[in-house]
Design a protein. Structure first.
Length: 124
């Protein structure tokens, strides 16, 4: 576990995201590292420029409030589905990153078709 206040890196983000069941990772659009469950993205990290950015799906009721935090903005192309982007992954510590990744994972899993969840034996 990272010390509290320690800024996140892509490798630490990968460790958090791949710890969830049935997660795959792939690079999409040539510069986005995507963590997926059943082919659906739940975390997207921009890896083509510094600082690294990271996007998460958030509950609709939390979306607007999160955008008031420094470093948070609507995620390009995904904001209408309540995704936020953190412009610099380093502003998050491990606890925050784990929280947002787990929340996003859960939100995406909840939207999977029942048949897919049953096939993959996913229970939340």
């Amino acid at each position: 576990m990272l010390p509290i206040g320690f800024a996140m890196t892509i490798d630490e983000l990968r460790t958090i995201c791949t710890a969830f069941p049935l997660v795959t990772e792939e690079v999409k659009w040539e510069h986005d590292l995507c963590f997926c469950i059943a082919g659906k993205m739940f975390v997207v990290a921009g890896i083509d420029a510094l600082p690294f950015s990271v996007s998460f799906k958030v509950p609709a009721e939390a979306f607007e409030a999160l955008l008031e935090n420094p470093g948070f903005e609507p995620a390009p192309y995904l904001a209408r589905h309540c995704w936020v982007r953190v412009r610099d992954l380093a502003i998050l510590d491990e606890t925050e990153c784990r929280f947002y990744a787990q929340q996003s994972y859960r939100l995406v899993v909840e939207k999977l078709p029942t048949k897919v969840k049953k096939t993959l034996n996913i229970n939340l």
